[in-house]
Design a binder for this molecule. Structure first.
Ligand code: RIB
Length: 291
C-alpha cells in the first residue's frame, strides 16, 4: 500500500503572549520563532517519523526551499511537491501562558492547486492506496471524488472546519480523524457520544477517531467504541499535537495494530508533542514513542 498526502505546507510565525490578543487590542510579544508547519506537512512528517514511507503532494511558493528541505530531512518523498510563483502558506500563531494557541492562516500557494496537478499526482496511485487529507488546500471536493473513483482509502482530518468541507461528499471518506470542535461542527452535537452516533448514522462504513483533549480519545466503528485516556504531560505548545496523533494513528493502523493499540501509541506521541515548542520540531521520532 502506498501513502499519499495532498496537503498544506506553511511557515508558522509563533509569538509568545501573555494572553491571546483581543479585538482592537495591541499587545507586546517578547519571544518569536519561525517553524515549518502546515497540517499537511506536519502529518506527512509524523507519518515519516513513525516509519511510514509517504508521498507528499502540494505547492510551495518562491521562498519554499526550507519547507521542501524539512520534508526531505525526515524522509518524506517530495517528488510531487511543486514550486509556484508567489508566497507559500503561512500562519501567525499566538501561544499564551497556558499553552493555548490561536492561529491566523494565510493560504498562499496551498490555495492554487489545479485539477490537472491533482490528476497527475493521483495517476501514480491505485486501488487500496491510502490518501490522507486535511482542509488547508483548495479543490478538496474534486480530490475526494477522484480518489473515490480510483478506489483509494480516504482518511480525512476535517480541519480547519469551514463551509468548503460542506461541498465535499464525505460519504466517500473511510476514516475521519477529528477533535471535538470539528465533531460538533460536523454533527451539530455537543456531546461526544451523540456526535459519534450522528457520524455513525451518516457515514456507516467509516471509522471515526474523536480526540477529546484532556478526556482522551475514542475509536468508533459500527457501534463499536474503544476509549483511550491521555498520557499526562506539561504542555508548552499544543500546535501539531493533533497532527502528531493523526500521523501516528495511521502509521500504527498501516502496521496492522489493533485500534486500542493505535490509540495508545497516537496518544503517547501527541503527549510528547505538546511538551515541546513548534510544529515539526515537536513531533517525536518512533524511537521516542516507547510504551
Ligand atoms: O495543526 C497545526 C498547523 O495548523 C500549524 O503548523 C499551522 O501551520 C496550521 O496550519
Amino acid at each position: 500500500m502506498k501513502v499519499l498526502n495532498i496537503g498544506s505546507l506553511n511557515y508558522d510565525y509563533v509569538y509568545q503572549v501573555n494572553h491571546i490578543v483581543r479585538e482592537g487590542e495591541t499587545i507586546l510579544s517578547d519571544d518569536m520563532q519561525t517553524f515549518c508547519g502546515g497540517k499537511g506537512l506536519n502529518q506527512s512528517i509524523a507519518l515519516a517519523k513513525a516509519g511510514i514511507k509517504v508521498f507528499h503532494a502540494g505547492l510551495v511558493g518562491e521562498e519554499g526551499t526550507l519547507l521542501l528541505d524539512t520534508c526531505k530531512e525526515f524522509g518524506v518523498d517530495t517528488s510531487l511537491i511543486q514550486r509556484i510563483a508567489g508566497k507559500s502558506g503561512h500562519t501567525i500563531i499566538q501561544v499564551d501562558k497556558k499553552a493555548q494557541n490561536s492561529i491566523l492562516l494565510f493560504g498562499g500557494a496551498n490555495q492554487s492547486l489545479t485539477r490537472e496537478m491533482i490528476e497527475s499526482w493521483m495517476a501514480q496511485f491505485s486501488a487500496g492506496d491510502l490518501l490522507l487529507l486535511q482542509n488547508e488546500v483548495n479543490e478538496l471536493p474534486f480530490i475526494i471524488e477522484t480518489a473515490s473513483q480510483q478506489e483509494l482509502f480516504i482518511a480525512l482530518n476535517p480541519s480547519p472546519f469551514n463551509e468548503k468541507l460542506l461541498a465535499c461528499d464525505l460519504s466517500k471518506v473511510s476514516l475521519f480523524l477529528l477533535n471535538e470542535i470539528e465533531g460538533e461542527q460536523i454533527s451539530g452535537e455537543k456531546d461526544a457520544n451523540r456526535m459519534l452516533a450522528v457520524l455513525g448514522e451518516r457515514y456507516p462504513e467509516a471509522k471515526v477517531i474523536l480526540t477529546l483533549g484532556e478526556r482522551g480519545s475514542i475509536y468508533y466503528e459500527r457501534n463499536e467504541m474503544i476509549q483511550q485516556g491521555i498520557f499526562p504531560a506539561k504542555a508548552v505548545d499544543t500546535t501539531a499535537a493533533g497532527d502528531t496523533f493523526t500521523g501516528y494513528f495511521i502509521a500504527s493502523m498501516i502496521e496492522g495494530l489493533l485500534p486500542q493499540r493505535c490509540l495508545e501509541i497516537a496518544s503517547y506521541a501527541s503527549s510528547l508533542a505538546v511538551s515541546r515548542m513548534g510544529a515539526v520540531s515537536s513531533i517525536p521520532m518512533r524511537s521516542e514513542v516507547i510504551l
